[in-house]
Design a protein around this ligand. Structure first.
Ligand SMILES: Cc1ncc(COP(=O)(O)O)c(C=O)c1O
Length: 425
């Protein structure tokens, strides 16, 4: 397409209004949710038995999720944010102190930075690489101090962060790696599922994600001790942390309950500061149904995403997106769109236009330290994280979910083309 010409915005055939005259207007929503028959059947059964709080279906969901990722342990929680918080909180059992530091990318959904603070740590922000939208590993080492305990890479938009780079630095400095894989279900890095490449991996199960329980989160780890701590943390720091709680799954007797040193009830012995963050059975039922059609959902989303990314090339140099590299498979969360320096239109103009055309948009998050008020207390100055800040001002993302198909992807491409023809001077 011809994007470099000088347009005259006032001519009849070359106006925003003309750009809007699409023969068929489609709806390209950002997210969707599947409530498969299995979920409906389980929900009815759960409601009939009135055994709603965390029990056998939560455990089954954990087992299936762990199996899918080929990892030993999965601990289900009430949100992806809690998955980040609790995964980081595990470090307190291994000597990390309040106020110690965790390195995170400056650009992410704000939950990443919030989680670091809520887990009792100071977030130390590192700028991102604009091509990948992920943490720039070349800038990590200079952010490490005596107080650094962990690196928390985010696989933004399902694109794997440079995990070889992150893990090598973590090993050199004796740091933990906690992956924020909230948006990266199905993503693979050098053949391995994202979320299993560090010490702990945190996923969101929020409704717009590839595997969902409606609201929810889950942490995976290969380390059984970490999983036990997570089970304690999600339930107020209790001393009981069995994978399957006999009291919650049967009406039976728990032989372990009164085996504490002083014969007290271990359900009321609190070993550490905890949270209240359990998943319930109804949420697990939605998740179990979703796992049944996971492969189909993933294939559809990948098909949509790869089609869109291939077709995106022609919008250069005005719009940019991510690319899939030979060593990775992107977990198809959404399509990022970044308005580039040479464009003569703003993100708001593009976003407004797409919304009018039925294409739902979201901004591509923000530089947490300099564009999110909650982190102002850290005293960072605008300009310190130029790449994250650029995306915070110029980035959008749109849906690729399983209820969309190649026709919708083509519709988006055609609308973008029309927009550039009308708006690009
Ligand atoms: C990168 C990232 N981290 C954490 C979260 C938090 O997940 P939740 O909304 O389930 O709390 C999200 C939300 O989607 C996210 O995108």
């Amino acid at each position: 397409m011809e994007t470099g010409r000088t347009g005259n915005l006032s001519t009849a055939s070359n106006t925003p209004a003309a750009a809007s005259r699409s023969p068929i207007k489609r709806r390209v929503s950002f997210g969707t949710i599947q409530i498969p028959e299995l979920s409906k059947r389980l929900i009815t059964e759960i409601l009939e038995t009135a055994r709603i709080s965390s029990g056998k279906y939560v455990r089954l969901f954990e087992e299936r999720f762990a199996e899918l990722l080929g990892v030993k342990e999965a601990v289900a929680l009430s949100s992806g944010t809690d998955a980040d918080i609790l995964a980081l909180s595990v470090l307190h059992d291994f000597g990390a102190k309040q106020g110690d530091e965790v390195i995170v990318p400056a650009l992410s959904f704000v939950a990443t930075g919030n989680a670091v603070v809520h887990a009792g740590f100071k977030p130390v922000f590192v700028d991102i690489d604009r091509k990948t939208l992920n943490i720039d590993v070349h800038q990590i080492e200079s952010a490490i101090t005596e107080k650094t305990r962990a690196i928390m890479p985010v696989h933004l938009m399902g694109k794997p962060a440079d995990m070889d780079g992150v893990n090598a630095i973590a090993k050199r400095y004796g740091l933990a790696v906690v992956e924020d894989a909230a948006e990266a279900h199905g993503a693979r890095y050098k053949g391995k599922p994202v979320g299993t490449l560090g010490d702990l991996g945190a996923f969101s199960l929020y409704v717009a994600h590839i595997i969902t329980t409606g609201e929810g989160g889950i942490v995976v780890t290969g380390n059984e001790a970490y999983a036990q701590i997570l089970r304690s943390l999600r339930s107020h720091g209790r001393a009981c942390k069995c994978k399957e709680c006999t009291l919650n799954t049967t009406s039976g007797f728990c032989a372990k309950r009164f085996k504490s040193e002083d014969g007290g009830d271990i359900r009321f012995v609190f070993e550490r500061l905890g949270y209240s963050s359990k998943m319930n059975e109804l949420e697990a039922a939605i998740g179990l149904g979703n796992l049944e059609c996971y492969r189909e959902i993933l294939d559809k989303r990948r098909n949509n995403l790869l089609h869109a990314l291939k077709r995106f090339e022609r919008f250069r140099p005005y719009l940019a997106t991510i690319q899939e590299e030979p060593w990775e498979e992107i977990g198809p969360h959404a399509i990022p769109i970044v308005v580039q320096e040479g464009a003569s239109f703003t993100r708001s103009e593009l976003g407004h236009y797409l919304e009018q055309e039925g294409i739902e948009t979201r901004t591509l998050f923000a530089s947490m330290p300099t564009q999110c008020a909650g982190f102002a207390y850290l005293g960072h100055r605008s300009g310190q994280f130029p790449n994250a800040e650029y995306i915070g001002r110029h980035g959008l993302h749109i849906g690729v979910h399983q209820d969309l198909g190649l026709e919708e992807m083509e519709y988006v491409m055609e609308r973008l083309e029309k927009f550039l023809e009308a708006y690009q001077k």
